[in-house]
Design a protein around this ligand. Structure first.
Ligand SMILES: [Zn+2]
Length: 476
C-alpha cells in the first residue's frame, strides 16, 4: 500500500457521579424502565434551569490533567444547537472555545515502541437521550439524557489500527485508575468515533477529506472498522478517486460501515455561550493540588517497573492492567531490595498466581505470600515443582508458604540420607538404564527423572544429576 492512514479520535466518556450533569436525577439508570430517571431539566422542559454538577467538573479536571492538558483558568459552557428527537431542548450544553483542558498528550506502547499522541481538548458536556427504533416506530428513553460526559479529542496523530487500539486501551486504563469512569463499553460508558483518511506515504500535511465513523462501543469492533475503512479508502485512491467526506455508521459487529450522511460543508451548530450558567473559574492552586493528588498513571508505572525494577515490558504491562493488580504487586515487592527476587516475584505473579486467580477468590491471599515463596526458592529450600504446589495451597487457605513447607516437610531433599536412599534405589531398579549411561552420558536424564519421581519433586534436578553421575562413575 502506498498510503499512510491518518487517524484522530473523539472519545465520549460517561463519568462516575451520583447525579446527572445539570439536575439531581440519579445516574444509576442502567437496567431501569425507560424514562424513570428524568425531571424537567433533563427532559428539556421550558423554564427549567441547569445547575452544574461540581463533582463532574472535578472529574473532568482530573482527566484533563492526567492527559497533560493546559487548564483554562476561565472556562465556560456553550450551547451546541441541533435538532434530534433524543435532544429535547434542541441544543446540547457543551463547551466550544474555552474547554476545560487543551494541548495535552497521551503515551502508550505499541509492541516495544512507545508512541505519543496529542490531545486536542478535553471538555465537559451532557449526554443525549436514546432513540429506540422498533416495529417501524421510534421510541424515546430520556434516562441517559443529561448524563455527564467528558469528550476527549485527539490530534490526527495515529497511523495504524494497532496504534488506535493501544491508545483506546491506555485511555480506558487511565480513566479507571482515576476512578473517573468505569469505562464499561458494553454499557455505553465509553464510545469512540474515529476519523480516518489516507495520504501518500512520505507526505506530511492532512488529506483534504476525512471519514468519520459514529459511536463505536467496543475496542475489537473499532479495530475491525479501522482496518476495513483503510482498505476501502485505499481501493478508491488506487483507482484515482478521492473518498467522499462523510459520516459512516456501523452496520454490525464485523466492522462493516455504511454512509450515514455526506457532509458538503462543516456543520453549523451556531454555538453561543450558555446564558443560564456563569463561567467557571479554576484557581491555579486548586489545579496544582489536583495534579499532585492524581495516582501514578499506568504508562508511568510501566516505565518505572522497567527502569527501576528491571521488569520485562510484557510482564509490566500485565501488572499495570488495573490499579488493584498493580497495587498488589507493589505491596508484594515493597521493602524488597534484591532485584532478582523482584523480577522472580513479578514472574510468579503474572504466571501461576494469575492462573490461580481465575479459579479461586483472592480474599485470603496476602501479597507477602509471593515474596515468601520466592525467598524459599532463592534460598533453594524448595524446588519449582514444590513451589507451585505450595502457592496453590497458600492461595486457597491463606496459610504462609513457609508454614506449609515446614508442616509438610517439603524442603528440598539434599545430600541427606533420604536423597541417597532414593538414588540407590533407582540405580538398583534400573540396571539397563545404568548400562546405557556408559554408552551415552545423556541417558542419565532418565535416571534423574526416576529420582525426581521417587522424591516427589522435592529434590533439585541439577544436584540429583551431579550426585548420580558421581555414584555411577564410582566416585562416591
Ligand atoms: Zn433530571
Amino acid at each position: 500500500m502506498n498510503f499512510e492512514p491518518v487517524i484522530g479520535l473523539e472519545i465520549h466518556v460517561q463519568t462516575k457521579t451520583k447525579s446527572k450533569m445539570f439536575c439531581g436525577c440519579s445516574t444509576d439508570y442502567f437496567g431501569s424502565a425507560p424514562n424513570t430517571h428524568t425531571c424537567p431539566v433533563c427532559l428539556g422542559l421550558p423554564g427549567s434551569l441547569p445547575v452544574p454538577n461540581r463533582s463532574a467538573i472535578d472529574i473532568a479536571l482530573k482527566v484533563a490533567l492526567a492527559l497533560d492538558c493546559t487548564i483554562n483558568t476561565e472556562s465556560k459552557f456553550d450551547r451546541k444547537n441541533y435538532f434530534y428527537p433524543d435532544l429535547p431542548k434542541g441544543y446540547q450544553i457543551s463547551q466550544y472555545d474555552q474547554p476545560i483542558g487543551e494541548h495535552g498528550s497521551i503515551r502508550f506502547d505499541v509492541g516495544t515502541e512507545t508512541v505519543t499522541a496529542g490531545i486536542t481538548r478535553v471538555h465537559q458536556e451532557e449526554d443525549t437521550g436514546k432513540s429506540i427504533h422498533a416495529n417501524g416506530e421510534t421510541l424515546l428513553d430520556y434516562n441517559k439524557s443529561g448524563m455527564p460526559l467528558v469528550e476527549i479529542v485527539t490530534e490526527p496523530d495515529l497511523h495504524s489500527a494497532a496504534e488506535v487500539v493501544a491508545l483506546a486501551k491506555r485511555l480506558r486504563q487511565i480513566l479507571r485508575y482515576l476512578d473517573a469512569s468505569d469505562a464499561d463499553m458494553e454499557k455505553g460508558q465509553m464510545r469512540i468515533e474515529p476519523n480516518i483518511s489516507l495520504r501518500k506515504k512520505g507526505s506530511s500535511g492532512l488529506p483534504d477529506y476525512k471519514v468519520e465513523v459514529k459511536n463505536i462501543g467496543s475496542i475489537s469492533v473499532l479495530e475491525k472498522v479501522i482496518t476495513k475503512e483503510i482498505a476501502r479508502q485505499a481501493a478508491l485512491l488506487e483507482t484515482g478517486e478521492t473518498p467522499r467526506q462523510e459520516t459512516r455508521g456501523l452496520v454490525d459487529m464485523t466492522g462493516k460501515t455504511v454512509t450515514q450522511r455526506v457532509k458538503e460543508t462543516a456543520n453549523d451548530y451556531r454555538y453561543f455561550p450558555e446564558p443560564d450558567i456563569p463561567p467557571m473559574m479554576f484557581d491555579p492552586t486548586k489545579i496544582d493540588e489536583t495534579r499532585t493528588s492524581l495516582p501514578e498513571r499506568p504508562q508511568d508505572k510501566k516505565d518505572r517497573y522497567r527502569s527501576e525494577l528491571g521488569l520485562e515490558g510484557d510482564i509490566a504491562e500485565t501488572i499495570i492492567a488495573d490499579h488493584q493488580t498493580a497495587r498488589f504487586f507493589e505491596s508484594a515487592v515493597s521493602s524488597e531490595k534484591n532485584p532478582t527476587v523482584i523480577t522472580e516475584i513479578a514472574k510468579w505473579y503474572v504466571g501461576e498466581f494469575m492462573k490461580l486467580k481465575k479459579e479461586h477468590s483472592t480474599e485470603k491471599v496476602k501479597p507477602e505470600i509471593l515474596r515468601e515463596l520466592v525467598h524459599l526458592l532463592e534460598k533453594k529450600i524448595i524446588t519449582r515443582t514444590v513451589a507451585k504446589d505450595v502457592l496453590a495451597r497458600s492461595f486457597v487457605t491463606g496459610q504462609s508458604p513457609a508454614k506449609i513447607v515446614e508442616i509438610d516437610g517439603l524442603a528440598v531433599a539434599s545430600e541427606g540420607t533420604q536423597l541417597d536412599e532414593a538414588i540407590e534405589k533407582v540405580i538398583k531398579d534400573n540396571p539397563k538404564a545404568v548400562e546405557d549411561v556408559k554408552k551415552n552420558p545423556n541417558a542419565v536424564m532418565f535416571l534423574v527423572g526416576q529420582v525426581m519421581k521417587e522424591t516427589k519433586g522435592q529434590a533439585d534436578a541439577a544436584s540429583v544429576r551431579e550426585l548420580l553421575e558421581r555414584k555411577l562413575s564410582g566416585q562416591s
